[in-house]
Design a binder for this molecule. Sequence first.
Ligand SMILES: [Zn+2]
Ligand SMILES: [Zn+2]
Length: 274
Amino acid sequence: MFKKLPTTLNHPKTLFPIVHHRFLSTLPKFQKAQVYDRFNGPIELREIPVPIPGPNDILINVKYSGVCHTDLHVWKGEFPGAVEFPLVGGHEGVGYVVAKGSHVTNFEIGEQAGIKWINGTCLCCEMCKKGFEPNCSNAENSGLHRNGTFQEFALVKATEAPKIPDGVDLAKVAPILCAGVTVYRGLKESNVRPGEIIAINGAGGGLGSLAIQYAKAMGMEVIAVCKGLNQEEHVKRLGADHFVDVDTSEDVVKEVIEVRFFGVWRYGPTKGVL
Ligand SMILES: [Zn+2]
Ligand SMILES: [Zn+2]
């Protein structure tokens, strides 16, 4: 017994890529974007068409975008696989949903949403089914396989778009969507519990600076390992409990272990290195 297929294309479960045109019709046909045509080539501000969402996409009016070092690697051509030019980089974007495909059920027009490095996953490969979507063998990346956040309107698969609550500073949210989620996931995977110690390598850098703050908010004791100069003041201002200077330390590992043993007496062994 076969179910009759819906006869109207407005049916929410239709198999056809129907966009909510009443929203899209209010959008411009063209937008400004930072575009390049070849690896290491000039990045130019141009007018390009506003993309139209596929059935599983949301279209986001990007308000803020971070710039990640990975954008530089992509521009230099250091990622394997074919890339289609012209290309728009960027993968730390946040803004408002202005159009969506007909299969999208988790976002409404006007809601705040983010764009990450992972723009879309297949949700059916072995890694996806284990909950490791970032390792999806069929993943599409923002600013690599799909035009990224250095444009006014960008597409992302709705299932990969993070919800952004109202009332937060969108400018501060943008870099969290790559640097932040990377270290947050690492801290969660480390299984370090509140009161236990974690050593954070490169703690004074972009990711490390976020990692210190997350770790402290999660109740961890932080050993900041980084290259000296003014980094001690920086990492301690962010909440680091201990500082190991790679430049001046005679034995970084020994120094971390000494801090750890100091920790044993109070809390138990160091549980993780990030
Ligand atoms: Zn990134
Ligand atoms: Zn997958």
